[in-house]
Ligand binder design. Structure first.
Ligand SMILES: CCCC(=O)SCCNC(=O)CCNC(=O)[C@H](O)C(C)(C)COP(=O)(O)OP(=O)(O)OC[C@H]1O[C@@H](n2cnc3c(N)ncnc32)[C@H](O)[C@@H]1OP(=O)(O)O
Length: 313
């Protein structure tokens, strides 16, 4: 009886694991959106609405090293997200989904500050609950897909990451903070809670106790506190303290290198198994791990390593 139940569970998890694997596959076709018409969501219609609030851009630079740089670019508004930038972000995520040679991603803001969240002018203009929900679903989809990319990603936080900007940092695998930088979930101060998936992700990163403190108190998280609560994974050298360390972007790329060094299929496989463990119940995560394992076992990188009889001293 117990075995039957276990078999049934395995069968169920095996089919949902296949769905998860299919979602993980890097392909040139556009991904299925997190929300659909059953949720009252039409992605194309929302895109059109968001484009009515122009300004700034989200820029993508794919490098031969396999590490891309995504820049939130609206310095006149402390890199706040206009509507057209939300559309830009989703398009850049689509481009990264089909980047077969990619291994890593740095997400940063232009002009030495990260991002001050939603453009408050757009927020005021689309303050109806229906439009707010559409923007929320659009950004949840874009940021969930950003975190699910088979790339190891890091948010390079200089200056401030406020509101939606703080949420964006949680859509990366890691966060590096520059001296003097601040991550702050200011939502409570403007009568909101995170809506871009930031609360759900924050709980997974720092635990529910710390998440409640950071959201409930709209706490300013500086690098020291960031390391303490586990929101930050590293702190950059201050400008001038160690000139040889390079610019913040160079430091972030150097920091990321230890995770992106190696063959593309292996790096992508590492990210996929961690993602499965992060998002799926145990049985489904195990199934996915098996599928991903099957893609690297006996593959060229594996055979080369075996032939070289490498030692791990
Ligand atoms: C679900 C998403 C929820 C959200 O993200 S809601 C948005 C949350 N973010 C905020 O409330 C940030 C509000 N802004 C601020 O607190 C301050 O501007 C900030 C970022 C601390 C910078 O302060 P300062 O260094 O004194 O600079 P400043 O205030 O003069 O700002 C320079 C220019 O940038 C503008 N700005 C900053 N954040 C903005 C935003 N989110 N939307 C629209 N415009 C924004 C600000 O209005 C100012 O423009 P201007 O020079 O007056 O034309």
């Amino acid at each position: 009886m117990v075995l039957c139940a276990l078999n049934r569970q395995l069968l169920r998890s095996s089919s949902s694991c296949c769905v998860f694997m299919a979602r993980l596959q890097t392909s040139s076709r556009r991904r299925r959106c997190l929300y659909s018409s059953t949720h009252g969501f039409n992605q194309e219609e929302t895109r059109q609405k968001l484009r009515a609030f122009p300004g700034g851009s989200v820029d993508l630079l794919k490098q031969d090293s396999g590490v891309a740089v995504l820049t939130i670019n609206n310095p006149a508004r402390m890199n706040a997200f206009s509507g057209s930038m939300m559309v830009d972000l989703e398009e850049k995520v689509s481009q990264l989904e089909s980047w077969t040679e990619g291994k890593g991603l740095v997400v940063r803001g232009a002009a030495e500050t990260f991002c001050s969240g939603s453009d408050l002018n757009a927020v005021r203009a689309i303050s109806s609950p229906q439009d707010g929900m559409k923007m929320c679903m659009f950004m949840q989809d874009a940021l969930t897909r950003l975190l699910r990319l088979p790339l190891v990603s890091v948010a390079l936080v200089e200056g401030r990451a406020l509101g939606g900007g703080a949420e964006l940092t949680t859509a990366c695998d890691f966060r590096l903070m520059a001296p003097g930088s601040v991550i702050q979930f200011v939502h409570k101060h403007i009568g909101l809670v995170p809506g871009w998936g930031g609360a759900a992700r924050l709980v997974r990163i720092v635990g529910s106790q710390n998440a409640l403190k950071l959201l409930g108190g709209a706490v300013k998280v500086d690098p020291e506190r960031g390391l303490y609560v586990g929101l930050a994974d590293g702190v950059l050298e201050a400008d001038g303290d160690a000139p040889s360390a390079g610019t913040p972007l160079q430091q972030a790329e150097d920091w990321l290198r230890r995770y992106t060094e190696g063959p593309v299929p292996v790096i992508q496989a590492v990210k996929k198994v961690v993602l499965a463990g992060r998002e799926l119940p145990l049985l489904e995560a195990l199934q996915t791990e098996k599928e991903v394992f099957g893609t690297v076992w006996g593959a060229p990188a594996n055979l080369r390593a075996l032939a070289s009889k490498s030692k791990h001293k």
